[in-house]
Each structure stands twice: as structure tokens, then as C-alpha cells.
Design a protein around this ligand. Structure first.
Ligand SMILES: Nc1ncnc2c1ncn2[C@@H]1O[C@H](COP(=O)(O)OP(=O)(O)O)[C@@H](O)[C@H]1O
Ligand SMILES: [Mg+2]
Length: 361
């Protein structure tokens, strides 16, 4: 991201709780006006990273800059950030408009300005007609939008969001993802978003930092992270993938030759194994089955051990001929042909670009 202006910049930041290293020497920068996500499993250090941005937590080492300014002695209330939590914590006795106005009242803004900014914020989250309702008259999704309006009305440089959709059901969560993305584009505020849900991060983000055990394992666009995972952890955390134990033939360059039973094929090198063994990642949907396998770079015979119908897709668990390795194949359920029956012998195949080789952890 070289010379693009960044709103948040971490340089070699660490955080220790007791003897536990919760955040381990991370560096990254969030481009101004972008939607940036911290993604990783529970306990990997996402919230701690966000709290060091807001000033609720202080780094033990390293530097946090916001809009170019070093934050080492700037208190939380003086930072140009605002936070949206999973639990929206609206004031129950106030109307929607009063909830949104609250921060501006505290700042003693002029009455007319407050009225205008509250209306703009409610318009942005599509709740202008709900201005006079009380929180208990709203749905969960609407309450979260009020919380968002309340944070945005203060015009922070950076909006910090910690799993804000976690309490909503799946359908609503997906609607809100699109809604949040629209709002972010419209206001142009930098969003720093924490989630453990990879689909959510994929849908909304310009860039994702994938975290594991206090470190950033990869920082890139959603598609680059999906197509070219930098580590075995990233490959398995994002999307659904087969992790196949292989023998490495020769010395890996940008690509490697690998062997699985009697089958030899090429894989892109993610992290080069030291010894002769490694793991290949091969995504479910990159494997073709039946007639579709015919023109692929690598082909083999397999036995269908299980067929799982999941609506838009059919999952096949297949055992490869000549090895005891089982793979999962995801085929689209597009209604053009009947599913392949359990017990069938089939061809499966994939192309060279579908596989990535990693060193074993
Ligand atoms: N105040 C604290 N005191 C002690 N340990 C903490 C504290 N806050 C977080 N931790 C620990 O630090 C690790 C990272 O926590 P957190 O940043 O909340 O992870 P995430 O948000 O990714 O789930 C966890 O193991 C957590 O238990
Ligand atoms: Mg957390």
C-alpha cells in the first residue's frame, strides 16, 4: 500500500497479559476510507488489537498511529475513533433520535446542528421514520443500526466495530453485511472490523488481516487470501479445503511436484517444506467429478463413499484409488443432472492452479 495515506498504523505492536503474549509484534496499516477486517478464531487477539486502537488498552511495545499521529499518550476520549459493540446498549427510556443525539448533547453542540446531524445519520441507516420510537419497539437489526448511527453521528475518523452482528440470526446478519458495506461506502469513514466469521469478512472487506495466536498470518484482499493462502492455517481457516499429506519430489521452486500414492501432480508452493513431506491444500469446489473431470491436468479414479445434499451444492466424499486418502468434492447442484450414487466408481480431476503446497506445522 506504499504511499496511500493510512488512518491506522501499527508498528511492531505487542500486548502481554500476565505472561501471555496476546498480540505478538504485529505491523499493518489501514488505508484511509477503506473497510479493513481483523479475522481469526476466538482468542487470537482481535479485540485486544481493536482496544489498542481505541485507547482502552495500551501496547507493551510498538507504536500505534492514527491519522499520522502517535497515540502513546492520547487517552481514549481524545482519539478520533468510535466503537460499535455486539451488544448495542441503547438507552431504553430515550427515543431513537435522542439516543443518536446523546453524544452531541454531551459535546454541547448547538440545537439546530444536532437536529440536522441526527436526521442525516438516521437517513444514512434508513431509520428516519423510526426517530420517535423507543428501542423496545425495534428489531435486533434496527437496534444495531441505531447504534451505528449513534457512533457515526460523532464523525469519527475511524469506526471500530467488534463483532457487531454476532447477536443477529443468519439471514439478518447477511442483510446487515450488505447494509454495512453500503453505509461505509456512502460515508467514506475508515471501518476497522473484527470478526471470527470468514464469510462476513469476505463479503465486506477491502482488505483482511488474518490473525492466529497473536500474529497476522496474511494481509490481503479477500480474493487473494482465498486464492493464494500464505499459510496452512489461512488455507484451512478460509473456505473449505482438503488438506492432503504428500511426498515432495525434488526441490520446490515457485511450483512443486508432489506424490500421493501412485499419483504425481504439480502444486503452487505456499510455504516450502524442509523435508520430503508436506501438505497440499485443494479446495472442495476446485475438484471436478464425473464427465467434468475429463480435461483436467490431474485425473484419478475414486470411489464415492458418501453423498451429502446441502441445497445449492452436493458434497461427495470420495476415496482415491491406490491410496487410503479421502477427499471432499463440492459440485454445484444446478439441476442439470442427477447426483452420482453412493458406491459408484468415478473420475475426479483438478487443474494445476487449484493446489497449494505447505510445510507441515
Ligand atoms: N484483560 C485481559 N486479561 C487477561 N487476558 C486477556 C485479557 N484480555 C484478553 N485476554 C486474553 O488474550 C487473548 C486474546 O484475547 P482477545 O483479543 O479478546 O481475542 P479475540 O477477540 O480474538 O477473541 C485471549 O487468550 C484472552 O483470554
Ligand atoms: Mg473478541
Amino acid at each position: 500500500m506504499g504511499n496511500m495515506p493510512s488512518d491506522v498504523e501499527f508498528t511492531n505492536v505487542s500486548k502481554v497479559f500476565g505472561t501471555f503474549l496476546a498480540v505478538d509484534d504485529i505491523s499493518f496499516s489501514v488505508p484511509k476510507g477503506s473497510f479493513f477486517s481483523l479475522l481469526g478464531p476466538s482468542g487470537c487477539g482481535k479485540t485486544t488489537t481493536l482496544r489498542m486502537t481505541s485507547g482502552f488498552e495500551w501496547p507493551d511495545a510498538g507504536t500505534v498511529r492514527i491519522a499520522g499521529q502517535d497515540m502513546h499518550n492520547v487517552a481514549a476520549y481524545s482519539r478520533p475513533t468510535n466503537m460499535v459493540f455486539q451488544r448495542w446498549a441503547l438507552f431504553p427510556h430515550m427515543t431513537v433520535a435522542q439516543n443518536v443525539a446523546f453524544g452531541l448533547e454531551v459535546d454541547r453542540r448547538p440545537r439546530e446542528e444536532i437536529r440536522r446531524r441526527v436526521a442525516e445519520a438516521l437517513e444514512l441507516v434508513d431509520l428516519l421514520s423510526f426517530a420517535d420510537r423507543k428501542p423496545r419497539q425495534l428489531s435486533g437489526g434496527q437496534m444495531q443500526r441505531v447504534a451505528l448511527a449513534r457512533a457515526l453521528v460523532k464523525q469519527p475518523k475511524v469506526l471500530l466495530l467488534d463483532e457487531p452482528l454476532g447477536a443477529l440470526d443468519l439471514k439478518l446478519r447477511m442483510q446487515m453485511q450488505l447494509e454495512l458495506k453500503r453505509i461505509q461506502r456512502e460515508v467514506g469513514t475508515t471501518f476497522m472490523y473484527v470478526t471470527h466469521d470468514q464469510g462476513e469478512a469476505m463479503t465486506m472487506s477491502d482488505q483482511i488481516a488474518v490473525m492466529n495466536k497473536g500474529k497476522i498470518e496474511q494481509l490481503d484482499t479477500p480474493q487473494a487470501i482465498y486464492d493464494r493462502p500464505a499459510s496452512r492455517f489461512v488455507a484451512s481457516f478460509i473456505g473449505n479445503t482438503n488438506l492432503i499429506p504428500v511426498e515432495v519430489v525434488g526441490t520446490p521452486g515457485p511450483t512443486a511436484r508432489v506424490r500421493l500414492g501412485g499419483l504425481e501432480f504439480s502444486a503452487a508452493t505456499g510455504t516450502a517444506p524442509k523435508g520430503g513431506k508436506g501438505t497440499v491444500s485443494l479446495r472442495y469446489e476446485r475438484i471436478r467429478i464425473g464427465a467434468d473431470a475429463a480435461s483436467r491436468d490431474t485425473r484419478t479414479r475414486a470411489l464415492v463413499k458418501d453423498v451429502i445434499f446441502s441445497g445449492s451444492a452436493i458434497l461427495y466424499v470420495v476415496a482415491l484409488e491406490g491410496s487410503d486418502v479421502e477427499l471432499t468434492v463440492e459440485a454445484p447442484h444446478d439441476g442439470t443432472s442427477a447426483p452420482i450414487a453412493k458406491g459408484s466408481a468415478v473420475d475426479i480431476g483438478w487443474d494445476g492452479g487449484a493446489t497449494t503446497l505447505f510445510a507441515d506445522d
